[in-house]
Ligand binder design. Structure first.
Ligand SMILES: *Cc1c(COP(=O)(O)O)cnc(C)c1O
Length: 380
């Protein structure tokens, strides 16, 4: 650990596989197919492992679909690429149709605009529409796809029965870090509103946001809900597409203390950034756990830990330690593998963290390091 160039995300293979094994259990017991939402976790150097357990990927557009095709499908021939965008662009649709097994439209308008072209390019592609069940107990508005004036998915009022002839499946995605009880609630509304359209469908996709790998998640209830659903609708296929649950608690972000000083309280500056490297700590917001630390005031030495950018609010939080922090100390932020590197920026020219994998034998392999070229390359 002492030799890792920081900042670095370290994904632990053993923990990732533990999550994948639980997802495999859900698939075996419930009959559902589980695919990985790339938007939450796209460390493709682990896809040899992920593709052993999951049935494919869900992609949010052309680039994610290409990554799924190139880096997931080569490890699993039968893997499926499902592509959804709030709106597709004319210039992308041909390639998306070629490399996708399923395409999910956000509105009847979008479906009518592209369906014939997409089927002409890829006659085997399966067509779905994302619906908005208008029920969600999502914890915060920016992560609530069913909030007021939502642009994500089609409400019953906006449904257009003339597209039914094209549909192979229906999708919804209404949850965020939630339990099976929340799914049950969404399903009730989804079935009540749209159940009349299920008759000729091959599948329903329950989206992501199922916090399946969290310790207290009710896995048996999820399995029961899926089995009941399948029983009720003529053994229809069910998909789940979690992102967070795949990467949940599978690794950490290591950083180094660059400086400390006192300004009303002790302050530590790290070679990472909440804004650029841990964006949900500011967006959600939440406080990431730091290994070996306590709440402010809990241990003798409390620090406000901040990033190495010029944004005043680039602060991870206040943490206390048994010993004073020294320049060069390593600070380990726990659970930083999902929704982190997929969202990173080079704001302020700050270096992107390296990507590393901790192998099952304990060795840490740095897979990729970034530098000045990655900053410059995105600018002109
Ligand atoms: C974000 C997203 C997911 C994955 O959500 P998680 O909360 O990471 O499980 C799945 N489907 C769609 C359509 C999404 O937008």
């Amino acid at each position: 650990m002492r030799d890792i160039p920081t900042p670095a995300y370290v994904c632990e293979e053993e923990l990732l596989e533990k999550n994948l094994k639980l997802l495999e259990y859900v698939q075996e017991e419930s009959g559902a197919k589980i695919i990985l939402a790339l938007k939450g976790f796209a460390m493709w150097s682990t896809f040899d492992l992920v593709a052993k357990y999951l049935q494919g990927c869900t992609a949010s557009g052309l680039h994610e679909a290409k990554l799924a095709r190139e880096e997931f499908c080569r490890h699993n021939e039968k893997a499926e690429v499902h592509t959804y965008s709030p709106a597709f662009k004319d210039e992308d649709i041909e390639e998306i149709a070629q490399i996708s097994d399923h395409i999910v439209f956000n509105s009847p308008n979008q479906l009518k605009r592209f369906v014939l072209k997409v089927k002409e390019i890829n006659p085997n592609i399966e067509i779905s529409l994302r619906l908005n069940p208008e029920v969600s107990s999502s914890p915060v508005d920016i992560y609530n796809p069913c909030g007021l004036y939502s642009r994500l998915g089609t409400t019953l009022a906006n449904f257009d029965e003339s597209i039914l002839e094209h549909l192979d499946g229906l999708n919804f995605h209404a949850l965020c870090e939630q339990d099976a009880d929340a799914l049950e609630e969404v399903l009730l509304s989804f079935e009540e509103k749209f159940g009349k359209y299920f008759k000729n469908l091959k599948y329903v996709n329950f989206g992501g946001g199922h916090h399946i790998t969290r310790k207290d998640y009710d896995v048996e209830k999820l399995i029961w809900l899926i089995k009941e659903f399948k029983k009720k609708y003529n053994n229809i296929d069910v998909y789940l597409e979690p992102g967070e649950a795949v990467g949940w608690q599978t690794g950490y972000l290591v950083s180094t203390v660059l400086d400390t000083f006192h300004n009303g309280m002790d302050v530590a500056i790290l070679d990472t950034s909440a804004e650029a490297h841990m964006p949900d700590t500011l967006a959600m917001p939440y406080r990431a756990d730091v290994r070996g630390s306590g709440e402010a005031g809990e241990k003798p030495y409390t620090y406000r830990m901040g990033g190495n950018t010029c944004l005043a609010g680039d602060i991870m939080g206040d943490y206390s330690f048994d010993e004073p922090l020294k320049i060069g100390d390593k600070i380990i932020f726990e659970d930083q593998i999902h929704y982190t590197f997929v969202k990173n920026t080079t704001f302020n020219g700050i270096a992107l963290p390296s990507l590393a994998i901790k192998r099952k034998d304990g060795t840490i392999e740095v897979i990729k390091q970034f530098g000045y070229d990655d900053y410059k390359g995105r600018l002109s």
